[in-house]
Design a protein around this ligand. Structure first.
Ligand code: PLP
Length: 328
């Protein structure tokens, strides 16, 4: 086995579960009779929209930050993200007394900015036309001696995200399939490792927007593929590619990748809001869309579905419904 493939193991995920115990929420597993009827299966939704900060990102962030050295903790951490990773890092830093700096584009949505600042993070803006956020982050980290915490390509982040599947399996036991959305691959790698260690016969299936199918192409061609500024409503899956660490783990722990259309994502979000009475974000429903839209069919089986987050600007998404779901 290569060094990369060994970077995260079930023991690391179990250790992460201990670190986040009593701090991260143990999120509920929901079921729906309607969904079971539609799919002719027993479906279990692990609902990370109920996680602190509204997505699973808090798990990895807290696991990573709590393992820094005392001197790293004192100096602080930095990350670039306008999304859920920023909020996860900001809250983890606040709880652990670690100063956090978040590099965000000038035009970041106000809700995200307010949420991040609400957790006492220092926000530094950049002009996405002029500056590269990676370069800016690296320069700031060097100047101020801050530790960079990337959103997915880090063993402690991956192990933290894996606690999502660990909890689901502890609660529901045997599963035939587990459906997981994929952006940069932190969630699917952590959950894939947990699943294959505890339930070797369970198939792990990755789901991406068809408009941002880089991981699907990378998986089937076994060569890292990219996508640039993909036009998908699922903003958590707009990452350019899998990472150096996540790519080999995806090849090892994932059995299959599928994609879903923008219409499928929006129909599914609407369905989950209405039928399950929970607020979910577009990226959060990717895995559910593969099942509810019939891309994945496996009647008579037990299926786990990870709902990854619920941070959505309802005013913005509401506008899309009339476009994608015209009344008929
Ligand atoms: C970050 C994120 C993803 C993608 O996770 P990766 O670890 O980058 O694959 C999916 N859904 C939500 C809600 C996210 O915040």
């Amino acid at each position: 086995m290569s060094y990369q493939e060994n970077l995260v193991e079930i023991a690391d995920i179990q250790a992460a579960a201990k670190r986040i115990y009593g701090i991260a929420r143990r999120t509920p597993v929901l079921t729906s009779t309607t969904v079971n009827q539609i799919t002719q299966s027993q479906v279990f939704f692990k609902c990370e929209n109920f996680q602190r900060t509204g997505s699973f990102k808090f798990r990895g962030a807290y696991n990573a930050l709590s393992q820094l050295s005392e001197s790293q903790k004192q100096k602080g951490v930095i990350t670039f993200s306008s999304g859920n990773h920023a909020q996860g890092i900001a809250l983890a830093g606040k709880l652990l007394g670690i100063p956090t700096t978040i590099v965000m584009p000038e035009n970041a949505p106000k809700v995200k900015l307010t949420a991040t600042r609400g957790y006492d993070a220092e926000v530094i803006f950049y002009n996405s036309q002029k500056a590269s956020r990676e370069e800016l982050t690296q320069n700031l980290a060097r100047e101020k001696d801050l530790t960079i915490i990337p959103p997915f390509d880090h063993p402690h982040i991956i192990a933290g995200q894996g606690t999502t599947a660990l909890e689901l399996i502890e609660e529901v036991g045997e599963l035939d399939l587990l459906l997981i959305c994929c952006g940069g691959g932190g969630l699917i790698c952590g959950c894939g490792i947990a699943t294959k260690s505890l339930l070797p016969n369970c198939r792990v299936i990755g789901v991406e927007p068809a408009q941002a199918d880089d991981a699907t192409r990378s998986f089937y061609s076994k060569t890292l593929q990219f996508v640039n500024n993909p036009d998908t409503i699922a903003d958590g899956a707009r990452t350019r590619s899998l990472g150096e660490i996540t790519f080999p783990l995806v090849l090892k722990y994932v059995d299959e990748f599928v994609t879903v259309s923008e219409e499928a994502i929006i129909r599914t979000m609407f369905f989950i809001w209405e039928r399950m009475k929970i607020v979910v974000e577009p990226t959060g429903v990717l895995a559910a869309a593969a099942l509810l839209e019939g891309v994945i069919k496996n009647p008579g089986s037990k299926i786990g579905v990870i709902i990854s987050g619920g941070n959505v600007d309802l005013k913005e998404v509401g506008k899309l419904f009339s476009f994608y779901l015209p009344e008929n």
